[in-house]
Design a protein around this ligand. Structure first.
Ligand SMILES: NC(=O)C1=CN([C@@H]2O[C@H](COP(=O)(O)OP(=O)(O)OC[C@H]3O[C@@H](n4cnc5c(N)ncnc54)[C@H](O)[C@@H]3O)[C@@H](O)[C@H]2O)C=CC1
Ligand SMILES: CC(C)CC(=O)C(=O)O
Ligand SMILES: [Mg+2]
Length: 353
């Protein structure tokens, strides 16, 4: 099979973790007889430096022409520490999600058998965790009207959702629940927010179309607590953009590191695969970041975008093997264990696949 993949490395550790994913994708493709064609393009601060904007049209064209997009991360401290910057890398991420119509971000949270004791949470709490947070990705407060009042001292951001936006995300959530344990949790703040009340009302209306799915409705503040208290009690959770962003970083603690959690962003025009973490600027250029979240995102790409499950499983198997054998970066190795470089982990994965 010919696999046309757009490659957006981005900023910070993005290029380093993407390099490892490319090695693994090339290795698994070789093993299974696929031909990979990579087309690279700039996003984020790298694109601002080269083109003056963080998601140039040329990058969009590359994404649209590809069968799938593999993305690293964007973000640079020079913008993070300058609140007055008007062009920012993150605008590129949002524009990319919007222009590609990537409305559903599938973020699984799971544990790795050999890492259970790496989590700061107790083994008995997290064992058996296998949940998916389905985060709405092109609506809500990240895309709503925002600004400053004339006095400059009052700022506002608006959270807006339409019924149709909620329905398309919730439909995926119900379908996902049907393919798993038939349990769905709608996470909102309907005791306060009108947009959350529309979420709840819309999901309640959809229940009749999926009578086998047991739906619960929980407030986001309580979910933030229960997620680390008793994560294995959840299966599929659906939620809006901001809540999903925050809850998934929190949930990564269950697995043991932010550097482990992959995601798939499903869309109208294409699908994009990306780690849930950011550009981790403190580690940029040091060859220490964990590449596994990006490698596992590539596994999701094989399964979802190309329907190649055996290839995806081969990647997951070699990742599990690397963890079991201690071929891990410093975030997992801890103070006593041997820490491998990002590139060493990538090389090991590619040669053991
Ligand atoms: N999708 C994206 O491109 C995202 C971009 N960002 C951007 O990234 C920049 C940094 O943001 P932060 O809030 O510091 O989030 P971050 O996710 O980059 O890093 C937070 C912490 O998570 C850990 N971490 C993240 N990735 C890791 C990896 N691969 N291996 C080991 N540990 C890892 C590190 O302890 C790090 O300090 C900002 O400019 C932000 O806007 C943030 C989140 C997502
Ligand atoms: C710019 C942010 C919305 C990026 C982020 O934190 C994420 O997508 O998880
Ligand atoms: Mg985030």
């Amino acid at each position: 099979m010919k696999l046309n993949i757009a490659l957006l490395a981005g900023d910070g550790i993005g290029p380093e973790v993407i390099d490892q994913a490319v090695k693994v994708v090339d290795a698994v493709s070789k093993k299974f007889g696929h031909e990979v064609s990579w087309t690279s393009a700039l996003t984020g601060a790298a694109a601002i430096d080269a083109h003056g904007e963080p998601y140039p049209d040329s990058t969009h064209e590359v994404c649209m022409a590809a069968d799938a997009v593999l993305f690293g991360a964007i973000g640079h401290p020079k913008y993070d520490n300058d609140p007055k910057a008007t062009v920012r890398p993150e605008q590129g991420l949002l524009k990319m999600r919007q222009k590609l119509g990537l409305f559903a971000n599938v973020r699984p949270t799971f544990t790795f058998p050999s890492l259970i004791d790496n989590s700061p949470l107790k083994r008995e709490r997290i064992e058996g965790t296998d949940l998916i947070i389905l985060r709405e990705l092109t609506g809500g407060i990240y895309f709503g009207e925002r600004g400053r009042k004339d006095d400059g001292n009052t700022a506002f951001d608006t959270c807006t959702y339409t019924r149709a936006e909620i329905q398309r995300l919730a439909k995926l959530g119900f379908e996902l629940a049907m393919s798993r344990s038939k349990k769905l949790c709608c996470v909102d703040k309907a005791n306060v927010l009108e947009s959350s009340r529309l979420w709840r009302e819309t999901v309640q209306d959809m229940e009749k179309d999926f009578p086998e799915v047991e739906v619960s409705y929980e407030f986001v503040d309580a979910v933030a607590m229960r997620l680390v208290q008793w994560p294995s009690s959840y299966d599929v959770l659906i939620t809006e953009n901001l809540f999903g962003d925050i809850l998934t970083d929190e949930a990564s603690v269950i697995s043991g590191s932010m550097g482990l959690m992959p995601s798939a962003s499903k869309g109208v025009h294409t699908s994009l695969y990306e780690p849930i973490h950011g550009s981790y600027p403190q580690a940029a250029g040091k060859d220490i970041a964990n590449p596994l979240a990006t490698v596992l995102s590539a596994a999701m790409m094989f399964e979802d975008a190309f329907g190649l499950k055996a290839e995806a499983d081969a990647i997951r198997d070699v990742v599990n093997k690397s963890l079991a054998e201690g071929i891990v970066t410093e975030d997992i190795a801890g103070k006593e264990g041997k820490a491998y470089k990002t590139s060493e982990v990538g090389n090991w994965l590619a040669s053991n696949i």
